[in-house]
Every structure is written in C-alpha cells, then in structure tokens.
Ligand binder design. Sequence first.
Ligand SMILES: [Zn+2]
Length: 252
Amino acid sequence: MDVFDSHTHANTMQNSVLELMNVAGVTELAVCSFVPLAKNPETLRDHFEELCTFQKERIEKYGMEVHVFVGIHPLCIPENWKKAIEFVEEFLAEDMATGIGEVGLHFLNEGEEEVLLHQLKLAKEYSVPVIVHTPPVNRIDAVERTLKIAEKAKVNFDNLVIDHTSIDTIGIVKENNAIAGVSIKPGLVTPETIVENLDDFEDCLLNSDCANVTDTDPLAVPKTVRYMMREGIEKKTIKKMCFNNAKKVYKV
Ligand SMILES: [Zn+2]
C-alpha cells in the first residue's frame, strides 16, 4: 500500500535509509524545515533553498515525491525573525513550498506566540496548509493557545494541522475542527494506540517526524500500516489514514 509520510525531516536521512523508506511503501512525504540553533534569518533562507532544490532532487531519486514546508520552528527563532518571515513568504510566492511548517509553540513564551501569529497570517494570505508543532510538556495549554492564535490570524482550520497530537490532545483538536497530525513514536503514539482509538484517529495525518537527531523511526508509518492490516482494520480506512487524508489536506 502506498504511504504518504505527512511530516518528516528526511533531508537528514542517508541515501540507504531513503531507499528503505521507499521499499517499505513510502511514495510521498512532506519535508519540514528545521535548523537547530539558527541565529540568522539568512541561515534559514539557505536551508529553505537547499530543501526545495538539492534535497528534493536527492529524495525523489528514491521514488518518493517530496512536498516542502518552510517556516520558523520555535527552536530556531532568529533575533531578526521578521526578516525570516519575509523569506518564508518568498518561497510561498514563488510556489517553491507546498505550505508552512514546522512552526508552533515549544516553551510557550510571548516571542513564540508572535512569530506563530505572523506565520499563520501568511498561511491565511496564501491559503496554504500549515504544520504546527506541539511540545512534549504543557501539551493541552499549547494546543489551546495555538487555536486562539489561529483564530486571531483568521486561518482556515481546514489548513491547520496540529501535529504530534495524542490521546490527550486529539479531543480538543477535533472539537475545534482543526486537522490532527499524528507522529508515531514511543512515548507519544504507537500503532497500538491508533488501533485502540481508531474512531478518534481516523481523520488524522500519520507521520514519522523522522530526523537523525531524535529517537524516531523512518519506517513508523509503513510499520503502522502493517500492524493495522494484521489487526484486521479495513483497507479503506488504512488507505485514508496513511495516504488520502494527507493528499486532501495538503492539496497535492
Ligand atoms: Zn518535526
């Protein structure tokens, strides 16, 4: 079954891992920008450019269509972030990026909220999907604040992917008619969590959030597909969760 991994940092994966992902069934993926500790807006711009050209070409050689998301991650907000916002806009205006991401709140401070607001306003202006990170702690607070900022930015909630959603936050995301992104990783969501709570997760976008600097698994989505099949989940439902939902929300 074809798999669309809706949130990755596949630019950090070596070629042999990219090949394995495709062998396991991944045929499309989203790559989100993230440069830990970036201090200068120009660093982010160079990274966006690298993702949209060199990395996209490299990954696509392994049989996977790449959709690039650019944005200012809360863990790399440069001092002069307004300049970085201009760079995000540049890649949207030139149709280089599919959407905005990964953005969001991590430490839940005012600075992060302002940077997020500006990026959600861009998502509204360009009518593109936006992938919003949620942190490992203060999770409900983070989702509530994100929704409030999204309302202020008047962003269309059909474009608003609240990612790293789990059992604790999926209710709020659904009640507010936003889209739930679900990163399958130990301590957050496992294939078992998904099967046990299928009704809650049916409309979500599954992803690995794989990156070489975190404890993630680039094969997390294909492994979940295999587990769901073994558990007798209907093929139609699996296809929706591992492929069609992402196609629809990302409009690709
Ligand atoms: Zn990520």
